[in-house]
Design a protein around this ligand. Sequence first.
Ligand code: BGC
Length: 398
Amino acid sequence: MAVTTLGELSFPTGFLWGTATAAHQIEGSNTNSDWWRFEHTADSGCRDSSGDACDSWHLWAQDLDIVAGLGLNSFRFSVEWARIEPANGEFSVAALDHYRRVIEGCHERAIVPIVTLHHFTLPQWVADAGGFEAPEIVNWFSRYAEKVGAALGDGIGIACTINEPNIVALMGYLFGVFPPKQRGWSRFEAVNETMRRCHGAMRDALKAGPGEFPVGLTLSMTEYEAAPGGEDRTASWVRAMEDLYLEGVRGDDFLGVQCYSKTVISATGQVPPPAGSELTDMGYLYWPQCVESTVRRAADIARVPLIVTENGIATTNDPRRIDYIDEALRGLHRTISDGIDVRGYCQWSLLDNFEWVLGYSQKFGIVSVDRTTFERTVKPSATWFGNVAQRNSLGLHY
Ligand code: BGC
């Protein structure tokens, strides 16, 4: 059937169109981090070492040129604590200068720098002292945020304190899949609580420093559904993974919503998608509708402005990536039409990159990266997404 463009679904003026990355996943040779050590431990379960990643430590200007060339007006990246504070209390001026150049590079290209301070990785000295269970962790985060704010605050566009604190707690302290590979519900709950304290301390430290920029955390959300009999279990997951955070960020400048799919829970645990459902390469149900539902929940409970700081799909079928983002954005547009204050959408991810324990097997990027030459190739989904950004609207199809 021919698709007719009737009109446009316009987004608000000044809407942020971006793409997201994280230091460890793209920079390469992050050798002083807990993850680097984990990847090189025999029983970690990691498929690959992050190795050189996308060599964005050196090729960041190319990355920014691509973002600008596509017509995007924002770029989310993280600064790496393991490089900035390689030893307790020892701060690297060179590392901070590096990130200053990246931030300046964004401004030169009219890109709003959305800067994350913690995206999954810790310096090894923090991990050795107990990681998120170390008695000093809140103070260490606060001091780190103060140094980052002092050095970079006048250039930061938007700051994200901690990326997906609930996933760090879940994967590291309940499922035992990420470092430090622990398993225990009470440890999971305690780490989540610590995360909220770390966020508050970092937010206050950033606010006290130079620059005037919104500060928030980014939360991993999913569209939860209770299978019959799974209502109580679902409720306790929703509370631990989302609601305690959503209630905790009331009063913040914004919340970053990150979502990929839908999760169905029965009385005994997570229910796999029904046979025959379309799955992404991560094994997730193909469910772009999650953007609309999680944004609505976040707005209801947190009552702060929202930015979708991550959403995307792992697939080698790039046209299907376009379908996924298109449908996600249509749902997002409905939330905005209903009056929800959504300020932007960052697609995950700019580059095919290091997907944690799954290594380089997952293709989330709108740009592919040759694993030996690091040559970047823009995929059709990138051009499509850039066109949406430049028009600040989606075509209205029927
Ligand atoms: C994380 C990213 C990750 C992405 C895709 C998010 O949970 O913030 O680091 O690569 O999801 O799995």
